[in-house]
Design a protein around this ligand. Structure first.
Ligand code: SF4
Length: 163
């Protein structure tokens, strides 16, 4: 696959397939990709216009086994201010965000050994049943941790979370 030809076709409007996406990710240099991405943005939004969305960050738990040295957020399970968010608090935060124009949620938290994949499936499902909002959530370490404590591989974890 020739990177310059591929980018030329994509910038002309052809949608790339999964194989091409992976190839560019693995082989194209960052500046070339950045330049192409900027060109694509300028085609969608000319006159140097950048767009944004309103997104709310919601933390579902501050209990975290990772205990990174720089982190002032995490708590031990027995700390008085340790929490796992309850549904009423979660929904109230989402409704407040929607009232302020949010279209997306970033839901993230600590690595809590009590929260296996069924907690996240239930949380995401209950949000989607109630609100027309995008869930853009969980960092890579959270996904890996959920997979580990749920005895799943990463692919199955991602498929279940996505569903
Ligand atoms: S993984 Fe995140 S929440 Fe946990 S200690 Fe590290 S920075 Fe804090």
């Amino acid at each position: 696959m020739q990177i310059s030809k591929l980018l030329e076709e994509i910038l002309a409007g052809r949608r790339m397939n999964n194989e091409e996406f992976a190839y560019l990710y693995q082989h194209a240099d960052l500046l070339t990709l950045g330049k192409a991405a900027n060109e694509a943005r300028e085609k969608c939004f000319p006159n140097n216009m950048a767009t944004f969305i309103i997104d709310r960050n919601i933390n579902y738990t501050n209990i975290c086994t990772c205990q990174c040295k720089f982190c002032a957020f995490y708590r031990h399970e027995n700390d008085t201010d340790a929490y796992v968010i309850d549904k009423n608090t979660l929904f109230a935060k989402i409704e407040e965000a929607i009232e302020l124009g949010a279209s997306q949620l970033m839901i993230q938290g600590g690595l809590n050994p009590n929260l296996k994949i069924d907690f996240f499936e239930d949380m995401f499902r209950s949000i989607k049943e109630r609100y027309a909002i995008t869930i853009h959530s969980l960092t890579a370490p959270e996904v890996v941790y959920i997979a580990q404590i749920s005895n799943l591989d990463i692919k199955e974890t991602l498929l279940r979370l996505h569903k």
